[in-house]
Design a protein around this ligand. Sequence first.
Ligand code: FNR
Length: 182
Amino acid sequence: SQIQIAVVVGSLRKDSFNRKLAGALAKLAPSDFSFKQVQIGDLPLYNQDDDANQAAPVKRLKAEIAASQGLLFVTPEYNRSMPGVLKNAIDHASRPYGQNAWAGKPAGVLGISVGAIGTALAQQHLRNVLAYLNVPALGQPEVFLQHKEGLFDANGSISADSHKFLQNWMDQYVDWVKKHLA
Ligand code: FNR
């Protein structure tokens, strides 16, 4: 049976490098894995007053996470942290208290930026949040990518230089998810 992965991309930008990376990664996965990007751009700003009556996009997000067996976070770095849109989505699906949709789902964390540290600090902040939410995140190998022209080919696949590195990451991620299947 298919293993469903909910992909959370931390950028809303149309030509997002991180969304491209998420698409390229999905192509490196075995055929029993399917990847679905969850939409976070239409979520309202989180407001605790709404916990008892969550908006439709929040309910949709939580249902998509609940239906998945694993998580994949692909995020840019904004001002040395994760983007607010990503934190907003994480907060939404963690509530109401006691109904944290993320809990127990094995996760991968990676990202790409134009800056030289390749989202290292954003990922570290994200890992901190995920630890609190009881999300087991794959620790190694780490992936910090700096965007260079030609990283993605015309088909959206990862170019030869980085292909082997990311294939190894995917192989480890697949093992990590399978290890956590109930
Ligand atoms: C950035 N960028 C950035 N890059 C980085 O490596 N470290 C950082 O702290 C920041 N900070 C930052 C803040 C804000 C508000 C923006 C808009 C951008 C640059 C960032 O890497 C670049 O815009 C990427 O293209 C964003 O990822 P997507 O949208 O292409 O996926």
